[in-house]
Structure formats: structure tokens, C-alpha cells
Design a protein around this ligand. Sequence first.
Ligand code: DOR
Ligand code: ZN
Length: 354
Amino acid sequence: MSVTQFTIRRPDDWHLHLRDGAMLRSVIGHTSANFARAIIMPNLVPPVVTADQAASYLEQIRAALPEGDDFEPLMTLYLTETTDPEDVAQSAASGLIKAVKLYPAGATTNSESGVRDIEKIYPVLERMSEIDLPLLVHGEVTDPEIDIFDREAVFIDRVLDPLRQRFPTLRIVMEHVTTKEGVNYVMTSPKGIAATLTTHHLIINRNAYLVGGIKPHYYCLPVAKRETHRLAVRAAATSGNPRFFLGTDSAPHFDGAKESACGCAGIYTSINTLNCLAHVFEDDGALDQFEAFASLSGPAFYGLLPNEQRLKFIKQSDPVEMPGKISVQNETITVFDPGFALLWRHELTKAGEI
Ligand code: DOR
Ligand code: ZN
């Protein structure tokens, strides 16, 4: 008999874009209803660069939380070439931030203030190694000579590997890994390096946004690659290997900004991510590894305890109703369409109920 019900510890999202203002207020409840914690990306306009900015962004997020939701935003700083190592160290010591994010300048949405010359950030990385604060990397080179499908693999050779030789004790998360090279690199590295994997990269390959017309709602960065890569990423997610954990990279944009001659990168999955993941893990006969991926391996890497609360999944015969779009004032955000019916619903269990 196939499984129709199971329970996992309440999950966390180790890579999330919440934005600010009206968009923040519209999307945050989709995360806070299900996830206990999330690593909050700092690529706002202007970016969250200093401790003061992180503190006020945290306030803004707390104020936007739906009444009664128990959710802890885990803040990050956006690394620039002028980031002050002391400011980083103090915000880590006070508990305000849990990590620092490296965007190569120009690699993705709002990354213009990111890093061009990696040597300029050596003093910060030195300090982060000393205090054991993780570095989160958007692992793509921006060299125009490099084909966009190779940017992750080239980043490993040109930037990540040399960085690890120079800072061997710095703990690093390679965010949203999309290639077999990325998976292999993380899998075969010595301790201290991990990867987040997104929901959408487990489900789509590059055909999703290129075949049958341009499909902007499947466009994100790093771009989804060919099928062999998707399979490698998916095998890593469902393997139970603690180096791979969930970071949805749910990245809302208004439809007008995506459905454009120069559409921006980002896929919105917060609202249906867990329904999609239950389907993926069931399909791969790996429901027993789902909890490791969504709820255990992330906290272990960050040195935190897993959540006490539980999330129960129930498989139903009729598809779960999911909106195709979210309204924000006069605009809309399109929700990720996985291309299959969602039969798994989920609910937080009451205290004491397993
Ligand atoms: O697709 C993406 N969207 N990739 C990123 O790295 C950034 C994100 C965003 O902020 O929209
Ligand atoms: Zn992201």
C-alpha cells in the first residue's frame, strides 16, 4: 500500500526573497504559515549592507507577519567591496545575522553593488572564518565570454575552489546549485561546504522556458540546465546527504516585470513549494528522506536545533486548490506551475500531536 500520510518536523527555508513594502506584506504569510525560519536574502534596492539596515529590515519583516504566525527571519548582509569586517563581526555576535551573501556584481537581480574584485573582500572573509560565520555564494561568473549554461561550473574552478584553498575553515553554502558539477563539487569536498537546492530546479529543465515560446515564469538565475543536470540535482536532494538542503529561492516579481522584452529572473514558489516537494520525493520513492532535506540538514549546518513543531502531509484524491496568481495592490505575481497536479496537502499539527 502506498503512503497517504506522513509527518515531518516543521521545515525551514534556507534561501528566501521576501522583498519589502506591499510585496513583502503579500508574500510573507505563504512562508510563515508553514516554515519556522528562513534565511532572508539581502538584495533589496538599496541592498542590506550594514547591521543597521539589517536591523530595520528585520523590524519591517516582523511588522508584516500575519497575526499569530510563529516565524523567525534569519538575517543576512549583502557583501560589498567596502563591507566593514567589524560591522559583520558585531552583527554576528549580537545574533542579528546568521550569514553573509556574496553576489558577483552583475550576476543577478539587484547585484550591481556586489563584488567585482574578490581580493577586496579578503579581510571580511578572514574575520568570518575566525568567527565561523557562513558565506552564502551566488555561484556564477559574470564574464561575458562564458556561456550562461557554463557559469556555475566555471565559478567553481575560477572562484570557489581558490577561495576555499585560501580560507580552508570558512564555511560556505553554494546557493541554488543547478549542475552536476556543482553537486559533485559539494559532495566530494571536505567538511564545511554545503548546498541549497530549490524546488523548481528539481522539477524543470531548460525546455520549460524555451520550448513552445519564451516562458518568463520559468526564468530564474541560475537558469535551469539540461535534463542530465536536473537529474543530478534531484538525486542529491532525495539522497538524504546532509550537505544538501532546501533553499526555495522563491523570488517574487510583478508579472509586468517578468512579461517584458527584458524579463527579470525569479520564480515564486513559497505558496506551493511543500506540496511540490512531497510530490517529488514520493515520485522518487524517497519520502523517508524528505525530512532530512526540508527540516534537519539545514539546521545542522547552521548549528541550530531542528524545529519541535511538526508538519503533517495528507494525500488526497482531488488536487489541492492553488491560486495561479497572487494579487498585490493593482499588480499580480504568478505562482510556479510545476506541470503536475498537487495531491499532497499539509497542516501544522497541534502541540503534542505527532
Ligand atoms: O532568479 C533569481 N531571482 N535568482 C537570483 O539570484 C535572484 C532572484 C531575485 O532576487 O529575483
Ligand atoms: Zn536567490
